[in-house]
Design a protein around this ligand. Structure first.
Ligand SMILES: CC(C)(COP(=O)(O)OP(=O)(O)OC[C@H]1O[C@@H](n2cnc3c(N)ncnc32)[C@H](O)[C@@H]1OP(=O)(O)O)[C@@H](O)C(=O)NCCC(=O)NCCS
Length: 170
């Protein structure tokens, strides 16, 4: 568990399923995420996700809790082979919680934990070119914009560029 004031990153719990479904079942949340994040998002999808993260040997996916409420998720996807010291970060918050600096704070907490406790020396993020709010979250955490991956993303029948951001352990 990682705590910073009223914001907590913790393991998912069985009783997150209702709040997870309610907040995740929103086109505005899923529109800039990969298709692994379903839309619409059902209780069965939540159960599937909770079973999957519950089976992780080393938990890389954490729930975000604010003032005692489940508000979203944040996770690392470890790369493998020669990229094994790199992890890709992903995160989302329920829409009622946007615009309060909570995602930026959660990313900062995850970065601190990752570099202090895990074997990764690079955290990267691939952001939809249109997703300026997410780019801002990363910039507020000293991620460096490294490249535009041209026409890398196709979602809902539209293809667009991805922005590659990364932060190195210093
Ligand atoms: C992207 C996301 C995580 C941002 O979360 P957040 O908690 O609102 O982020 P912050 O409050 O730190 O705001 C980041 C920036 O977004 C913009 N922003 C956020 N809320 C805003 C609002 N209501 N009006 C205008 N701009 C807003 C601002 O530019 C802000 O930067 P600033 O604080 O320097 O002004 C959230 O919108 C989300 O979950 N989106 C859906 C999933 C997603 O896109 N995940 C990222 C995939 S890479």
């Amino acid at each position: 568990m990682i705590t910073n004031g009223d914001l907590i990153l913790r393991l998912y719990q069985r009783d997150d399923r209702e709040a997870l479904t309610r907040l995740a079942d929103n086109f505005n949340v899923s529109r800039y995420l990969t298709d692994r994040f379903p839309n619409p998002y059902s209780l069965a999808d939540a159960d599937c996700w909770l079973a999957r993260v519950g089976a992780e040997d080393a938990p890389h996916n954490l729930a975000i809790e604010w003032r005692g409420q489940f508000i979203g998720g944040i996770g690392l996807m470890p790369l493998d082979d020669v990229y094994r010291r790199t992890a890709e970060i992903g995160y989302w918050l329920g829409e009622p919680y946007w615009g309060r600096g909570l995602a930026a704070k959660a990313v900062g907490m995850m970065v601190g934990y990752t570099f202090a406790r895990l074997q990764f020396i690079r955290i990267q993020a691939l952001v939809f070119a249109e997703n300026k709010n997410s780019a801002r979250v990363l910039e507020k955490n000293d991620f460096v914009f490294e490249a535009t991956l041209r026409q890398h993303i196709t979602k809902h029948g539209r293809t667009q560029d991805a922005m590659l951001y990364a932060r190195i352990c210093d």
